[in-house]
Structures are given as C-alpha cells and as structure tokens.
Design a protein around this ligand. Structure first.
Ligand SMILES: C[S@@+](CC[C@H](N)C(=O)[O-])C[C@H]1O[C@@H](n2cnc3c(N)ncnc32)[C@H](O)[C@@H]1O
Length: 339
C-alpha cells in the first residue's frame, strides 16, 4: 500500500517537474515571439507609406499583440509559481529556493523585465499610431488636413504630371492678364510644385507662394531653382502668416475644393482682405466624382457666387475646360472675382 502511494507521489513529482520545465521554456520564448511579431509589423508599416489606414491597423495589431503577451506572461508565471510551491512542499530539503532581496535577485525579476520590454514596445506602437494618424490628418479639426497629408505623401508622383503642363495651357486667362504686362503682386495659394509661381516670377511679377505640404515646397525649390517666389507654409481658411502684404492677383488653382464648405465664407473674406482695391481672385473649380483620399468637397460656381455677393465681390465666368491630366470624368471651370 505504502509502496503504491510512493509510486504515485514520485510520478506526480516527475510529471510536475516536467510541466514546470515546459512552462519555463514557454516563458523564455515569449520575448522571441514578441520581437518577431513587433519587428514584422513595424517593417510592414515602413513599407506601406502610401496607406496610412494599413499602417494604423498594423500598429494597432502590434500594440494589442504586445499587451496580450504581457498578460499571458503574467498568467504563465503565476501557474509556474503554483508548480514551484508544490515542488518545494514535496521535497523541502532538496528544493533550491532563491528568495533574493535586492532588485536584481528577487523573484519575478525575469517576468518583470520581459513585461517592461513588452510594455515599451506597446507604448512605441501607440506613439507611432498617433503620429501616423496626425500626419494622415485624422486628428484635429483642420478640415483640409487629410488633403494636405495626401499631397505630402504623393508629392513626388503627382509632380511629374503637374510639371508637364505649361502655364499658358493650364491658365490661358491668367496668361492673357499677366504675360508681357507690368509687374504685379501675386499670391498663389496651394502653389503645389511651383509650376505657376515660377512662370509668374520669371515674367517679372512679385510672387508669394503659399503651400501647406512640405514635400511640395521642397520639390518646388528643387524643380525651379532659378525662380524667386517667396514660399510660405500656410493654409486656408486663415492664411495667418500673411500680414501687411496686399495683392493684385490671388490665384487658387485646383485648391478651392479642398476647403470645407463651412470654412469657405471665412476663407473668401480672408482672401478679399488681402487684395489691393483693384485686386482680383482667380479660381479654378473642379467638377467630377468625389475623391475620398484627397478629401475633396463639392464646388459649384453658384455656391461661390452666393458666398462672394455679401462680400461685394463680382464673379465672372470663363467657361468649362477638360482636365489636362486626362481624367475624362473631371472638368474645370475658371472664374475671376473682382471688387
Ligand atoms: C491639386 S493641387 C494643385 C496645385 C497647384 N495649384 C496646381 O495647380 O498645380 C492642390 C494643392 O492645394 C493645397 N492645399 C490643400 N488644402 C489647402 C488649404 N487648406 N490651403 C492652402 N492650400 C491647400 C495642396 O497642398 C496642394 O498643393
């Protein structure tokens, strides 16, 4: 009888020792799993610059993965502790206990170290996620933030097409008004790659280019090193950086559709305040399907006329034109507002 009980106890001891060893191995594998998971996901993020949504999903997965492993580690070490205390009770004399007292030797030190690393990885993923959301324009109340973030990402690809169109083809109305004429003070809002401002500056006009996308500003100075417009990082509706200057022409080429309809009256009032008494605002208005990625809002000549009237601005239409980038579904109307 005694013999049988001893056999069962020894079998339990062997079984529990074996299980403890497996759990211990598993615990040491958790950092490796975490590193592989986090590294893979962060690599994915670095390779998907064009899709902030995908980047945010990957970073969310990385945060959840690290927090999940942190919890698993907690539970695993708890179960291991139960096995350890059983083993200790089974053979008090043969059990090697290590109840260290200082920070480096005390129990749970390994678990805590792993958990701190997992927590740091999770926090880094959250920080990257918030930063990605910010750059993608998902946070904050700036209505054109997403559009600007789009241009920020796509500047290089778009620049090639924008630059293929000569100024005179893009803006025949302005070409007639400015070509070979005395110098004018001109403000180009949303100046993009600088195609238009470089032509205006080269034709003797004094030009300020406002462009909120840093990558466009950088490209513009590289593409047109000899032109001399002054570049400003600013945006509608406030255009806060312009103070004393007044302009004979304000140009909004393919920009008005990025201004949220609720911001348009303020934006136009601000533009008007920047005009000389005989100054004019040149606007091209897009009609075509919405474009979610660029955050394009509908625009119509009628809406612009309605906003212009109370400001004392008269709207003159110059008809509809095809899209010079070849998009058959997109058309452009040119209008000029004068006081
Ligand atoms: C379609 S691109 C046109 C660029 C240039 N005007 C052209 O015709 O080639 C639109 C431009 O508007 C800028 N933009 C978007 N929202 C803006 C805002 N709220 N204020 C000023 N510019 C803005 C973008 O950064 C981008 O450069």
């Amino acid at each position: 009888m005694m013999r049988a009980q001893d056999d069962v106890a020894i079998a339990s001891f062997n079984q529990n020792s074996e299980t403890f060893r497996s759990l211990n191995q598993l615990m040491w594998q958790i950092p490796l799993i975490a590193m592989t998971l986090t590294g893979g996901l962060w690599f994915g993020v670095s390779k998907s610059e064009t899709s902030p949504l995908f980047q945010i999903c990957l970073l969310g997965l990385s945060t959840a993965g690290n927090v999940g492993l942190l919890i698993v580690l907690y539970r695993l070490r708890y179960v291991m502790e139960r096995y350890l205390s059983w083993l200790q009770k089974f053979d008090e004399n043969g059990f090697v206990s290590a109840p260290g007292k200082d920070i480096l030797t005390k129990p749970y030190m390994v678990r805590s170290t792993f958990q701190i690393l997992l927590l740091l990885a999770a926090i880094t993923s959250v920080i990257l996620m918030v930063a990605t959301m910010k750059t993608a324009g998902w946070l904050g109340d700036d209505s054109s933030a997403r559009a600007v973030a789009f241009y920020e990402r796509q500047a290089k690809d778009l620049a090639e097409n924008y630059e293929l169109i000569p100024f005179e083809d893009a803006h025949p109305v302005l070409f007639n008004e400015l070509g070979g004429k005395p110098p004018r003070a001109i403000l180009d809002v949303g100046a993009g790659t600088g195609r238009d401002v470089s032509w205006m500056a080269a034709n003797g006009h004094s030009v300020i280019a406002v462009e909120p996308a840093a990558s466009f500003r950088a490209l513009a100075t590289r593409l047109h090193p000899n032109s001399s417009p002054h570049w400003l990082d600013d945006r509608l509706p406030k255009l806060e950086k312009l103070t004393a200057q007044r302009f004979d022409w304000i140009v909004l080429s393919a920009v008005w559709m990025h201004v949220h309809p609720k911001d348009r009256p303020d934006a136009l009032a601000r533009l008007k305040s920047l005009l000389t008494p005989s100054g004019k605002i040149y606007v091209t208005l897009r009609s075509g399907p919405p474009d979610q990625a660029r955050e394009i809002y509908p625009v119509t000549v009628e809406e612009l006329r309605d906003i212009s009237r109370p400001l004392g601005l008269k709207l003159q239409e110059y008809g509809e034109r095809e899209d010079l980038l070849g998009r058959t579904e997109v058309k452009w109307r040119t209008v000029v507002l004068s006081q």
